[in-house]
Design a protein around this ligand. Structure first.
Ligand code: GLN
Length: 493
């Protein structure tokens, strides 16, 4: 069901593909020579790494798939880009996305939708997931070794699940966001896509560093506190020798789960159990409000972040009395009305409303409360205390505080058809796309590390592999347990 690699250019995974200058080939050859001498700069020396087009690059444009940044090239590289180049990686082009990262299917792009390299059994084109759909497809089609995406509410994990790749969202604050165009600052993380966990690990080990230019980057002190905690004798022996305690959130067993996704979940748990790990039900009661809270908080932050694109200080200028052309136009309205796509405009309106004086208490403040409850739910479920949250003074440990990681589906179903999403059927409703994020937003709201790994459920007959269903299974861990999350992901992949 994979479209042949030679059709890779039809996938629309890239907004700015790798320049055909041959310079990059020289860099790959230099890296090969270093490797032969046994002196590679890093594990990714000479590897192509594609970059989502909302991450700033000095040598290539950064459009965020938006008309408002049509002509924008950043004067600097994002920290993550600098770190990768220093490690010898070669920038493999800028990948397509939902405008400013807002969406779940990579269809809201000024440059047209991303096409999944997989088709369904009737040969129909499928959603690549979003918003980092271009990065996921570039990896799935073998166009790069690995790719950077951003994950605010699931934008790395959902496309990973839809394309059969591995998508990792680290703990909030571990990877620098300096030079990453902000969508919702309190949720934004840079995520990594790869064809397996080891390529993701290679990239993570380069990017997992404090950056003084990003005020939300985790300080050296907090990083060493996490390291000490992980190296404490009780914990390290527990993780090395004893079986892991795997949590299964009861509230995630939704009626909307398709049979193949439910089966993939059950098989993954059985696989872990067969390796000696134990399965335990956990309760995350506030997560049923996670989606609503996310879709208040993320647009609120977005409306504030996008205010700067007014055509005066920033962004491609529209026509108006202060610009060129019609005298009856208004510069701001024209710039923003023509520069932003409809989904981004919807988010700006939603966010502006929920932050307005009359609505604030009912929406934004309530959503922040829900967010806190979600964080508390996770803390109550994990055996390990959140390393940056003060311990309960009375030493109280909840009854369910006993699991090392949580395992659940990444999404409720296999990817929908692209035609259903773009042809004006019921599936085009924005709400329908928002519901896709039901399993990914809780970890984002709590800032926790999470990975989506591909799991294939074989067809009943076992003979017709074209009827196999591919889905993503997600592993979520306590803050700072990024390595453990990747280890468990590896067990499942
Ligand atoms: N689909 C979600 C949204 O549109 C998540 C996007 C993201 O993680 N960037 O907000």
């Amino acid at each position: 069901r994979c479209v042949a690699k030679q059709h890779a250019h039809c996938l629309n995974a890239f907004i700015t593909p790798l320049a055909r200058t041959g310079q990059w080939l020289d860099r790959v050859k230099e890296a090969d020579r270093r490797r032969e001498k046994g002196e590679p700069k890093s594990a990714v020396d000479g590897r192509l790494v594609a970059i989502k087009d909302n991450i700033c690059t000095r040598d290539l444009p950064t459009t965020c798939a938006s008309g408002i940044l049509d002509k924008f090239t950043s004067p600097f590289n994002a920290t993550v880009v600098e770190q990768l180049e220093k490690a010898g990686a070669v920038l493999g082009g800028k990948t397509n996305l939902d405008e400013f990262g807002m969406g779940s299917h990579s269809i809201h792009s000024r440059f047209g939708p991303v096409r999944n390299s997989r088709r369904d059994r009737d040969g129909q084109e499928l959603s690549a997931g979003g918003s980092s759909g271009g990065s996921a497809v570039a990896v799935a089609a073998g166009q790069c070794y690995s790719a950077l995406g951003t994950d605010t509410g699931g934008s790395v994990r959902l496309p990973a699940a839809y394309t059969g790749t591995v998508g990792f969202k680290p703990s909030y604050g571990l990877i620098s966001r300096w030079g990453v165009v902000a969508y919702a600052n309190s949720l934004d993380t840079v995520g990594i896509l790869g064809s397996d966990t080891s390529s993701v690990r290679d990239i993570f080990s380069i990017l997992n560093r404090h950056d003084p230019r990003d005020p939300t980057s985790l300080s050296q002190l907090s990083r060493s506190r996490i390291r000490c905690h992980l190296q404490s004798p009780q914990l390290s022996s527990r993780l090395k020798s004893s079986p892991l305690r795997i949590g299964v959130p009861l509230e995630y067993n939704l009626s909307e789960l398709t049979p193949s996704v439910r089966l993939a979940w059950v098989l993954s748990l059985a696989h872990l159990q067969a390796q000696g790990h134990t399965i335990h039900p956990v309760s995350l009661p506030a997560t049923k409000h996670a989606l609503s809270a996310y879709y208040i908080l993320a647009p609120a932050e977005a409306s504030s972040n996008l205010a700067k694109y007014d055509g005066v200080r920033y962004g491609t200028r529209g026509e108006g009395p202060d610009g060129t052309g019609q005298a009856d136009g208004y510069l701001y309205a024209n710039t923003r009305g023509s520069g932003f796509g409809s989904e981004v405009q919807r988010r700006i309106l939603l966010g502006t409303f929920s932050l307005s004086a009359d609505a604030m208490d009912n929406y934004f403040i309530q959503a922040q409360r829900v967010r806190r409850l979600i964080q508390q739910d996770f803390n109550a479920a994990f055996a390990r205390q959140h390393p940056l949250v003060a311990e309960d003074t009375d030493g109280h440990v909840s009854e369910s505080a006993n699991v090392d990681v949580i395992v659940c589906p990444t999404t409720t179903s296999s990817p929908p058809r692209l035609s259903e999403l773009t042809n004006g059927t019921s599936k085009t409703s924005p709400l329908d796309a928002y519901v896709n994020d039901v399993f990914t937003v809780p970890a984002s709201l709590a800032g926790l590390p999470a990975i989506s790994v591909p799991v294939t459920v074989s067809s009943k007959s076992g003979q017709d592999s074209s009827a196999d269903e591919l889905t993503g299974i997600q592993v979520v861990g306590q803050y700072g347990d990024d390595e453990l999350v990747m280890n468990v992901g590896e067990l499942l992949a």
